[in-house]
Design a protein around this ligand. Structure first.
Ligand code: F6P
Length: 343
């Protein structure tokens, strides 16, 4: 059995733990493992690397992906499907393991429909892949965002300022919500729950009346406000290779509005790629390892066109088709927990 492994889409902490687990489990099963460089593009470029025990030694704690990644989509290329099928049979791959987020799972589904033996492993710091309770990378990102809130807290308090932290989260506000609860934020703003700038001002003013001269706001990059027709976060931004607008900047808009309407001194911080880089948390290493081992078992059982997933504390699998049928947005019951502290 010859397995090709690729990582596709934005990187995230825990990818190397998955790659290591796939290679170690494959070694146990006497399967051959080939790393495909830079996502699906590596198949087109025939850019491969033999993976063995020594090539995955010492990588469980490394951020990023030793294979490199890209947002290349074979099916958007001219004669892309034929090229993909030709290159896969030329290399003699019996199966592929595609580690990626929602965009990459769409590609995996098309590959499956084209007759390629593919297994998906869900990855994203945004935690928005349907069918898995958590995706690895998310826990690390929440930890980094929580630390950022802790640090903003002390400077906010010293300067009597409003501090806004903008975190990643294109369609789902999981990172904002979890880090906001963990960091004791006074307001959390997520894409799933549109509010008005006035709602934020109400909280800030009521805190001010209670003698709280500083406040912490956490906002997801994909969030917007009821009064904004076009999302300020995306206006004029370039598209990425998956055709999605680049996000970032809603916190700057909010900071300006707060200062203009209240006179409260306000600063915004965009956390950006810091929350996606660096060492994975132990939770993400364990989740990545469990998924990697499980994915090899799926190949052994011929469970193609399926994605492994964490449900409760069990690793299981669902069809990739189901996983891409919708996004896993924030559980509004958890948002209600955060709301208790918006005053
Ligand atoms: O998809 C995950 C994500 O972290 C999004 O939250 C963010 O919008 C996007 O990646 C940005 O990544 P890049 O700049 O690499 O396209």
């Amino acid at each position: 059995m010859k397995i090709g492994i690729l990582t596709s889409g934005g990187d995230c902490p825990g990818l190397n733990a998955v790659i290591r687990a796939i290679v170690r489990k494959s070694d146990q099963m006497k399967f051959e493992t080939i790393g495909i460089k830079n996502g699906w593009k590596g198949i087109f470029d025939e850019s491969y690397i033999q993976l063995n025990l020594s090539s995955v030694a010492g990588i469980i704690n490394r951020g990023g992906t030793i294979l490199g990644t890209s947002r290349f989509s074979p099916f958007q290329e001219k004669e892309g499907k034929d090229t993909l099928l030709h290159k896969i049979s030329k290399e003699g791959f019996d199966a592929l393991i595609a580690i990626g987020g929602e965009g990459s799972m769409h590609i995996a589904q098309s590959a499956h429909e084209a007759g390629i033996n593919v297994v998906g492993v869900p990855k994203t710091i945004d935690n928005d892949i349907y069918g898995t309770d958590y995706s690895f990378g998310f826990d690390t990102a929440v930890g980094i965002a929580t630390e950022a809130i802790d640090r903003l807290h002390t400077t906010a308090e010293s300067h009597h300022r409003i501090m806004i932290l903008e975190v990643m989260g294109r369609h789902a506000g999981w990172i904002a919500l979890y880090s906001g609860i963990a960091g004791g934020a006074d307001v959390v703003i997520i894409p799933e729950k549109k509010i008005k700038v006035d709602d934020v001002l109400e909280v800030l003013k009521s805190r001010y009346k209670r003698g709280k001269l500083f406040s912490i706001i956490v906002i997801a990059e994909g969030a917007s406000f009821e009064e904004l027709e076009i999302s300020k976060t995306s206006t004029g931004k370039k598209l990425d290779d998956f055709g999605r607008e680049r996000l970032g900047g809603i916190s700057t808009y909010l900071a300006e509005e707060i200062e203009k309407r209240t006179g409260f001194e306000t600063r915004s911080t965009i956390l950006g790629y810091v929350q996606r880089g660096g060492i994975p948390s132990s939770f993400d290493r364990i989740l990545g390892t469990r998924l990697g081992v499980y994915a090899v078992g799926m190949i052994n059982s011929g469970k193609f066109g399926r994605m492994c997933a964490l449900q409760g504390n069990e690793i299981t699998d669902i069809t990739i088709k189901k996983a891409i049928s919708k996004l896993k947005t924030v559980d509004l019951d958890i948002y209600k927990v955060a709301q208790v502290f918006f005053k």
